[in-house]
Design a protein around this ligand. Sequence first.
Ligand SMILES: Nc1ncnc2c1ncn2[C@@H]1O[C@H](COP(=O)(O)OP(=O)(O)O)[C@@H](O)[C@H]1O
Ligand SMILES: [Mg+2]
Length: 323
Amino acid sequence: MTLSQFLLSYSLLIIASIALLTYWITRRFVLKKVNRKIMKAEHNYQQQIADLQSRLSSKVHMLEGMVEKLQLSNQELNRLNEIRSKFMSVVAHDLRQPLSSIQGFTSVLMMDHHTQTNQAHATTNPDQVALNNILKATDNMNQLMADLMDISMIESGRLKVDAQPFSFNSLVDDVFTLQLVNAQKRGIFLYKHDYPKEITVVADRFRLSQVINNLISNAIKFTPQKGKIEIYFYAQNGNLTLKVTDNGAGIVHDEKEKIFQKFHQADNIRGLKKQGWGLGLSIAQEIILAHNGEIGVESAGLGQGSTFWFTIPQQIAVTTTAH
Ligand SMILES: Nc1ncnc2c1ncn2[C@@H]1O[C@H](COP(=O)(O)OP(=O)(O)O)[C@@H](O)[C@H]1O
Ligand SMILES: [Mg+2]
């Protein structure tokens, strides 16, 4: 071995020893320190997770408590709603009896007066006027009682649709004849456009007459003297449509949906708000929905008149219940 070879091996040995020493020092001190830091961070992290978990479970617990309370108050609300509905129906039912007695006695008194007084002065006679007012008031009360009973029936899901086949043309005729008198009394021109063919429907005649009566009586109420109301109806693609168009008060856009809600009356003619309770259209809507139909209104705005319409299938399932 030459000197240079010996030196080279010797330096390689020294370098290897230094490398080993460096590795040992790094492992012993630096890596251990890093390891300790990592473990500490992991520990902190786990603690934070545990903390978050306990906060989350306490929130879940709180939410569960709130849901339970909400369910209880919901049950209570349903119970109170049922009581209110029953109360409304009982009161409305029990008030009808004395009301019809008042109506009966008033009619008798009116007839007595009529025969005693001169027929020509019947409308100006103060007694007759008073008796007439009593009759009108009891009529309104009767209508309200009937509406309240319907509302309570609808709310408790007891509104039945008794579907039978009948001629829709003759139903419109009947309602028209009844309402013509009211329109004439108010100096309003009521016109019916007859459909050239007989339309047979399978539906609830009484309930549909209620809807048509309401639409026409509303039109009469919200149309000024010398105004015009027209009734159209037709059958198309298995559906039946009826429209009542008037040139009266009209409805602003924002109110078009609201007027179908219970007790809602639009501000179109302030004085007329008092002549009603805002129940007719909501009942009409429930009846039409129970017939799987649609009801709505079109109006260009205040003073522009309105068109109320409904569409139902010509034939609905034989007996269904609303809601
Ligand atoms: N033909 C109509 N023209 C203008 N407004 C109407 C007409 N029909 C109904 N309305 C509006 O819809 C509201 C609700 O009608 P309704 O439910 O029948 O209740 P009511 O007749 O007792 O007021 C009415 O108060 C009125 O503001
Ligand atoms: Mg009405």
